[in-house]
Design a protein around this ligand. Structure first.
Ligand code: SF4
Length: 335
């Protein structure tokens, strides 16, 4: 009897290397902060109960992106060259009143009242998008604080910064043999004399925090992030940027809009070639550690003292982790 597949030979396919993509912040910085949290939420994709930690920073970034789009006429060509709200600032009471009216309108099935300013309108658009992904503000004061900071930034920095912005959400990536490394820089800013030259450009990254609240590990992480971005920038443009700058938006917070930039708002990160090399070596080492964790499916919690208590406070795994509370763990609420 003839066998059906007799005489047929199927060649083995060549093993192709599938390169994994590693994001500077979502993968490498997250894993370095806490491998256990990274494994649970980034690799196994468990859904966090609340994403309040992500809320504040994301809302500030996305509204500022719209402010840049407004000035450059990307959203509506008629706003080209104009500051959102012409740099005018609503009081905290006006912002709270609007949020209150919008809430009652929703509860009674009416249409939301029209936002009282460009920034509040952009804020509501961004917030609706975040809410649909389960990213919420836990306290209503946080919403008012975010709008206040955005207005202050717009009034204080907008007139000189917006005209210098050459690109926002500037995407960078590099093929690193076994993996692809990528990152997104918040702003590329031209030198004040407006020479269109990549060597004259500054990379800016917004941080939704106060500079004063950072511990030494946070600093190292931010420096590491900016140096990896500098490597990627050089890979794309052939030269290093002129500067790498961090802007701490919460330094603007207060009862009134600052009349000049607070001294702690801006911090330049040194990007000497030897420092970039150290950051890249660390990056490669961390990618290898992530690959090993994936193979063994072992994800170690951060050691006590190497992560801020605030980060642990916002983590759903804290009830089953010895690290928070200076290594004492968290006391269960029940029974
Ligand atoms: S509680 Fe802290 S150390 Fe423990 S898994 Fe969460 S972030 Fe990591």
């Amino acid at each position: 009897m003839t066998k059906p597949f007799q005489g047929i030979s199927v060649p083995l396919s060549n093993n192709t290397l599938v390169k994994r993509r590693y994001s500077v912040t979502q993968d490498v910085v997250s894993y370095r902060r806490c491998a256990r949290q990274y494994g649970a939420f980034n690799v196994h994709k468990y859904a966090p109960a609340q994403q309040t930690q992500a809320y504040f920073g994301t809302v500030l970034h996305q509204v500022l992106d719209r402010c840049h789009g407004h000035f450059h006429g990307i959203i509506d060509p008629s706003t080209k060259g104009l500051l959102p709200d012409n740099g005018q600032i609503l009081s905290e009471e006006d912002i709270s009143d609007y949020f209150g009216e919008a809430k009652s309108a929703r509860q009674t099935g009416k249409t939301d009242p029209f936002p009282p300013s460009d920034i509040v309108r952009y804020f509501i658009q961004v917030e609706n998008g975040l809410n649909s992904k389960g990213i919420l503000a836990i306290r209503s004061e946080l919403r008012v604080q975010a709008v206040k900071i955005l207005q202050y930034f717009n009034a204080l920095e907008g007139p000189t910064l917006y005209p210098r912005v050459r690109d926002t959400e500037h995407r960078l990536q590099a093929d690193r043999t076994n993996h692809i490394l990528h990152g997104v820089v918040d702003l590329l800013v031209d030198a004040p004399n407006k020479v269109l030259d990549p060597a004259e450009c500054e990379m800016w990254d917004y941080k939704g925090s106060r500079r004063f609240d950072l511990n030494s590990t946070d600093w190292e992480t931010y420096e590491f992030q900016m140096r990896v971005y500098a490597y990627l920038y050089q890979h794309k443009h052939g030269v290093l940027p002129r500067k790498a700058v961090l802007y701490f938006l919460n330094e603007l917070d207060g009862p009134n809009c600052p009349s000049k930039r607070p001294v702690n708002a801006l911090k330049e990160v040194s990007i000497e070639p030897n420092e970039i090399q150290v950051a890249m070596d660390e990056f490669t080492k961390t990618v290898k550690q992530i690959e090993q964790s994936r193979l063994s499916d072992k994800w170690e919690a951060a050691a006590s003292g190497s992560i801020s208590e605030q980060d642990c406070k916002n983590c759903d795994l804290r009830w089953d982790c010895k690290t928070p509370n200076s290594g004492q763990g968290v006391k269960p609420i029940y029974p």
